[in-house]
Design a protein around this ligand. Structure first.
Ligand code: ATP
Length: 320
């Protein structure tokens, strides 16, 4: 059954997936809005690739439903919707003896996309004419990934799935990769990406889901995920020597009247304060008048991810 264009790009409802009596995904529900860059993160074996395969319609859920671009993946007609989807698998394997340009033309034929779009696409991913004319077995890891991205972008897909696409790329390659994705997003493409390099995706995705042992442990924007684990903030203030005593006294006074736990230390003219996020403004009000500089360090996605892991561990310990 198809539906209106107001439906999210992807709607996963109560999905459980079982491989040989093992529940690999358990009651997963997610909505991914059209035009979003969505990050799916989780430990090894959490079920990310399985969820990708379900969203691509390559496998069907044991229970629940997956709707993509307004259509259930279980419908025969989903084969048509697949033409509007690009996919870069975790390990992009192709015919190494063919030239880059030949590989892309082959994928264009398979996808029913005109071959004439290939040259511009190779340029767009940073493979120039000389590179495109070389056999793929002479390519670096970065060039292979660029070719993989080019095949995923064939036909200007409405939806792009990228499974750990920047593994093994150097910083320049990673920046180029995300610049191409940002351009695709600007033209309306919905992007779903997995990565173990959390620092890399934390500034780039709109929304995230954390998968843990097949379940959605958390889902939302990075600030929403941060709120769910309540990690302390770290605030650093550079303070001139003649103001050290005043700063220490002001912090002691704040700690005495605050209900929030507040800890600080001082070394080489720098005060480091640790406090709950809710106390941020009260701490800044004390630091700013006395400091030469103040830097607020929000918890990183990696710390948030590990925080949810610790929460799950604590729940598990409570049950046993
Ligand atoms: N075809 C299959 N048959 C049996 N078990 C499978 C199959 N595919 C995946 N699994 C199992 O499902 C679980 C989830 O695997 P999946 O590849 O989805 O995890 P992942 O989150 O993508 O892991 P990684 O980060 O290591 O790529 C693992 O325990 C895996 O062994």
């Amino acid at each position: 059954m198809t539906s209106t264009h107001t439906e999210p790009a992807i709607l996963i409802d109560g999905v459980t997936h079982r491989f040989q009596a093992m529940d690999v995904l358990l009651d997963v529900s997610l909505a991914i809005p059209r035009g979003a860059m969505f990050g799916l993160i989780g430990h090894n074996g959490a079920g990310k690739s399985t969820l990708f395969r379900l969203m691509l319609g390559l496998i069907l859920p044991t229970q629940g439903s997956v709707r993509v671009l307004g259509q259930t993946t279980a419908a025969a007609a989903f084969r048509q919707a697949r033409r509007r989807i690009g996919y870069l698998p975790e390990n992009f394997v192709t015919y190494d003896n063919l030239r880059g340009s030949e590989v892309l033309r082959l994928f264009a034929d398979l996808k029913g996309v005109p071959r004439c779009s290939c040259a511009a696409l190779l340029e767009r991913v940073g493979l120039d004419k000389a590179a495109a004319a070389r056999p793929v077995h002479t390519y670096s890891k970065g060039m292979r990934q660029r070719l993989g991205l080019a095949q995923a972008l064939l036909g200007e897909p409405a939806l792009l799935f990228l499974d750990e696409p920047t593994n093994g790329l150097d910083p320049r390659g990673i920046a180029d990769f995300y610049a191409i994705l940002a351009a695709a997003k600007t033209s309306g493409t919905t992007i779903v990406i997995t990565s173990h390099i959390l620092a890399e995706i934390q500034e780039r995705v709109d929304d995230l889901a954390i998968l843990q042992a097949g379940r959605v442990a958390a889902h939302g924007t990075l600030p929403q995920l941060r709120a769910g684990v309540a990690l302390p903030l770290r605030i650093e203030a550079t303070v001139a020597p003649e103001r050290h005593a005043a700063m220490a006294a002001a912090l002691a006074m704040l700690a005495a009247r605050s209900e929030d736990p507040l800890a600080w230390d001082e070394a080489a003219g720098r005060f480091t304060v640790r406090c709950p996020a809710a106390a941020k403004m009260a701490v800044l009000a004390v630091l700013v008048p006395l400091a030469a500089d103040v830097v607020v360090h929000e918890s990183t996605l990696e710390q948030v991810f590990l925080g949810y892991g610790a929460k799950a561990g604590a729940r598990h310990a409570e049950r046993v």
